[in-house]
Write a protein that binds this ligand. Structure first.
Ligand code: TYM
Length: 334
């Protein structure tokens, strides 16, 4: 098993990233058998596809790496690095750019959302972004890619690119990667709008719980979270037309490691005045220690940078054979 996944170092890590992706990363790392490999990276090259202050990018990369360590990524067991320090990602990305089709990229919903009406003004990087993402995974023969539901389409594209490359060059080089979407928390929604995903780029900080939030902020954000006046139902069908309520119950269930059914069985009939403080306590119990460990790690940012440098060295070694094989396949090795 080769587990590969990444996260963009833009903004703060939030509860959606944690429940949808990072907690899965940690679980997979902890379940690793001899011969398996877990690679996790800060997708700093991907972060360049939208305007970002260079100082901010460097600072975010270190802070996010510290948060990943604090959340349980163990650099002795997993390879943790930043993408820019492993040039093979860019090199394979360029090669795969010859395989990916413009029509495929045009269909990417994230491209459509992020470019909006101003496609002509969007960066070339933003359009080609999923090709680099395919390279990120194919470079290591990634078999399992733990991600939130919003990345599923990008991974399907990676599978299409892998298949077309193999066919075009008549070679069985790339293994199509499997997205592993968290069952408990495939898509955590905004606290302000149950129809929008919780996101680093939402202009309202009230829409998300950041892993850096202090306890009072977490409690206040849940208190202000949009809900409806009805009590909790006794089964999931009763949440169907109530996206905000469903989201809060989903968060509770994911944090408590219980099913939505079990949570509803225990809390049916309660109003949000009672449920929200319990949800806040549960969140604080999980996020608080991660936040405090992150702060402790950031007291020596150079130690975090050293962890990333060491990870990048290992990643470069792991990436080399595949890049070479891809170069050979297309005629770049003389
Ligand atoms: P990014 O940085 O937007 O998000 C990182 C991870 O968090 C998940 N996620 C969520 N899960 C549940 N609910 C949410 N509200 C939520 N928001 C984010 C994402 O699905 C993701 O798993 N393109 C990727 C980064 C990337 C990557 C890769 C991922 C670059 N190369 C290769 C996997 C493999 C991204 O922007 O994720």
């Amino acid at each position: 098993m080769r587990v590969v996944s990444g996260i963009q170092p833009t903004g703060d890590l939030h509860l959606g990233n944690y429940l949808g992706a990072i907690s899965q990363w940690v679980a997979m790392q902890d379940a690793m058998e001899p011969g398996d490999e877990c690679l996790f990276f800060l997708a700093d090259l991907h972060a360049l596809t939208v305007a970002i202050d260079p100082k901010e990018l460097a600072k975010n990369t270190i802070e996010m790496a510290a948060t990943l360590l604090a959340a349980g990524i163990d650099p002795d067991r997993s390879v943790l690095f930043n993408q820019a320090r492993v040039p093979a990602h860019s090199e394979l990305g360029w090669i795969l750019g010859g395989t990916a089709r413009i029509g495929w990229l045009n269909r990417m919903t994230q491209w459509k959302d992020k470019a909006g009406k101003n496609r002509e003004g969007a960066s070339v990087g933003l359009f080609g972004y999923p090709v680099l993402q395919a390279a990120d995974v194919l470079l290591y023969q990634g078999t399992h890619v733990p991600v939130g539901d919003d990345q599923k389409q990008h991974l399907e594209l990676a599978r299409d690119i892998a298949a077309k490359f193999n066919t075009d060059y008549d070679i069985n080089l790339f293994t199509p990667p499997k997205p592993l979407i968290s069952r408990a928390a495939p898509r955590i929604m905004s606290l302000r709008d149950g129809e929008a995903k919780m996101s680093k780029s939402d202009p309202s900080d009230q829409s998300r719980i950041n892993l850096s939030d202090d306890d009072d902020t977490i409690a206040a954000k849940f208190r202000r979270a949009r809900t409806d006046p009805h009590p909790l139902p006794d089964n999931p069908a009763g949440l169907e037309a109530r996206p905000e309520a469903r989201n809060l119950v989903t968060i509770y269930a994911a944090l408590a490691d219980k099913s939505v059914e079990t949570v509803l069985a225990a809390h049916a009939g309660q109003g949000f005045g009672v449920f929200k403080p319990m949800l806040a306590d549960l969140t604080i119990a999980r996020v608080g220690p991660i936040r405090d460990r992150t702060a402790a790690l950031l007291e020596d940012g150079s130690a975090v940078a050293a962890v990333l440098a060491h990870g990048a060295e290992r990643a470069r070694t792991l990436a080399a054979p595949m890049l070479r094989a891809a170069q050979e396949a297309v005629g770049l090795q003389l």
